[in-house]
Design a protein around this ligand. Structure first.
Ligand code: CP
Ligand code: NVA
Length: 305
């Protein structure tokens, strides 16, 4: 069954490989990489949830590397009518050279990877959002000169983004302080592994997490699929807003990141996301560069380092 190398979570790459991948993405960002290692190949992109950035960056990125991307949604493919995940994986595998999936259950992406020989790339699950964290790391590198030794403050929900940040801190040499309300912690296994690295702390006070941080970052209070919990979550996260007062706790040259889409007035004020410390547009652009680096590596044989 499986043989291709997949990217389902940050630890699928070693520390050395992550640095090499970010260096490759940075060459792409600077326009110093013009090869088309995916010429003649196809990428299936399955979106069981909405997307702007992930869809556009994978589609444009695949095209820039020479591949043909196919945008597949539940309205179009039989997966949406209940065809088994493993049957879909085996069929796509006969026709395409890589599969990107955005879906709900992380186990579905793992099952896809088990049944497809072609590389499978996680475009977000309820558990993980590793491509976004690569973009965030590239943005930190771009604006702060490197990630090693930095302090990242995560404010809010212990969601897919928080889990992937934990994974990044497990692999790379930076400190992560998470401030999450009780009941909204990251995944216990992912958190425990990250805390054991000595670089990750779970706190309850956003001000304590942000104190002296190089990066302050957050995400929506209700993720895709949790819309009906919006009111309960809004109450639980009331004191977890990134606003000017919280940013003042961080270093003067700290940057603000948000994977987007954002809800101004909820998890972040307009003053912060539209302010001088915000790097969210570079962060969004960097999705294109990191995805290209992942596809060039996994589908195009581009060596890491
Ligand atoms: N940040 C992110 O993944 O955005 P989309 O949901 O628009 O893809
Ligand atoms: N945590 C958010 C991220 C969106 C890119 C969600 O899963 O909806």
């Amino acid at each position: 069954m499986t043989s291709g190398r997949d990217f389902l979570a940050i630890p699928d790459f070693s520390t050395r490989e992550l640095h090499a991948l970010l260096a490759l993405a940075d060459r792409m960002r600077r326009g110093a990489y013009t090869a088309k290692p995916l010429t003649g190949k196809s990428l299936a992109m399955i979106f069981m949830k909405s997307s702007t950035r992930t869809r556009v960056s994978f589609e444009v990125g695949a095209w820039q590397l020479g591949a043909h991307p196919l945008f597949l949604t539940p309205r179009d493919v039989q997966l949406g009518r209940g065809e088994a995940v493993n049957d879909t994986a085996r069929v796509l595998d006969r026709m395409v050279d890589g599969i990107m999936i955005r879906t709900f259950a992380h186990a579905d992406v793992e099952e896809f990877a088990r049944y497809a020989k072609a590389p499978v790339i996680n475009g977000l699950t309820d558990l993980q959002h590793p491509c976004q964290i690569l973009a965030d790391l590239l943005t930190v590198q771009q604006h702060l000169g490197g990630i090693d030794g930095r302090t990242i403050a995560w404010i809010g929900d212990g969601n897919n983004m928080a889990n992937s940040w934990c994974d990044a801190a497990y692999r790379l040499d930076f400190s992560l302080r998470l401030a999450c309300p009780v009941g909204y912690d990251p995944d216990p296994e992912i958190l425990a592994r990250a805390v054991a690295s000595g670089r990750v702390t779970l706190l309850r006070d956003p001000a304590e997490a942000a104190a002296g941080a190089d990066v302050v970052t957050t995400d929506v209070w209700a993720s895709m699929g949790q819309e009906e919990e919006q009111a309960v979550r809004a109450a639980a996260f009331r004191d977890f807003q990134v606003n000017a007062a919280l940013m003042q706790r961080a270093r003067r040259d700290a940057i603000f990141l948000h994977c987007l889409p954002a809800h101004r007035g909820e998890e972040v004020t307009a003053e912060v996301i539209d302010g001088a410390q915000s790097r969210v547009w570079d962060e969004a652009e960097n999705r294109l560069h990191v995805q290209k680096a992942v596809m060039a590596t996994l589908m195009g044989g581009e060596p890491l380092g």
